[in-house]
Design a binder for this molecule. Structure first.
Ligand code: FES
Length: 253
């Protein structure tokens, strides 16, 4: 495939008080083998060379692990490829002459910092409120000391695949964090190591989710559709069951 020229419409916003706007750019000489973020790097090199401020966006690992890249591409969090992050999206997915819109996650709980960067500290606060387990200090226990049935171990690992990118929130019309919290609650509730805080964890995290400004879940599954790790909404159902269980047994069990 020959190199391409693309028209970009990119969200630019200088800070939380700025209204923000879509700004057109032309991305020239873009190799189909570039990743989407490398394409933005090329555009930024041109902006810097001409004395304009570069487009600000987040990234770290650029291989689908860290969850830092948080771009809405053509209206879809992480872009058109299912089960992958925007850093794994390649320019061969587009055609020469295409117009591509690039926006940040949009949710009240994720305020825009600059351009395409949002503050996802709300997720950190949710994890700090309950996303941990009690462990005894001392020497490392034998790996086989606590047997875990295979089906539960696998379900816990599937939930633990969540990288906390926030695409679920960005895709949801209610800006709900139910898939994220459901994954974290499930991961720990399914394993015996997570049981000391099993009831208090779900009560605390669900309450905080509401307090931080995330909306409720209306079971439309946009979150599952855009999740780069394809976390199932079955984890939301499990979170709800865990919540009811916590009301029945009381916190501390
Ligand atoms: S930059 Fe780490 S997942 Fe995209």
């Amino acid at each position: 495939m020959a190199n391409m020229t693309l028209q970009l419409l990119v969200w630019r916003q200088t800070g939380a008080k700025d209204e923000g706007r879509m700004v057109p750019y032309t991305a020239r000489d873009i190799s189909p083998d570039m990743s989407f973020l490398e394409m933005l790097d090329v555009v930024n090199e041109g902006l810097v060379a001409s004395g304009e401020p570069p487009i600000v966006f987040d990234s770290d690992c650029r291989e689908g692990i860290c969850g830092m890249c948080s771009l809405v591409v053509n209206g879809i969090p992480h872009g058109p490829d299912r089960g992958s992050t925007v850093c794994q999206l390649h320019m061969r997915r587009f055609k020469d002459g295409d117009t591509i819109t690039v926006e940040p996650w949009r949710a009240a709980a994720f305020p825009v910092v600059t351009d395409l960067v949002v503050d996802r500290g709300a997720f950190d606060r949710l994890i700090a409120s309950g996303g941990y387990v009690s462990v005894s200090t001392g020497s490392a226990p034998d790996g086989n000391a606590v047997p875990v049935p295979k089906d539960l171990a696998e379900a816990a690992m599937d939930a633990a695949a969540c990288i906390g990118c926030g695409a679920c929130v960005a895709a949801c019309k209610n800006a709900s964090a139910a898939l994220f919290v459901g994954a974290k609650v499930s991961q720990l509730a399914l394993l015996p190591q997570g049981h000391p805080e099993r009831a208090s964890r779900v009560r605390t995290m669900v309450q905080l989710m509401d307090n931080l400004g995330f909306g409720n879940c209306s079971n439309e599954a946009e979150c599952e559709a855009v999740c780069p790790k394809e976390i199932s909404i079955a984890n939301i159902a499990r979170m709800r069951r865990e919540y009811v269980r916590s009301l029945l047994v009381g916190v501390g069990r």
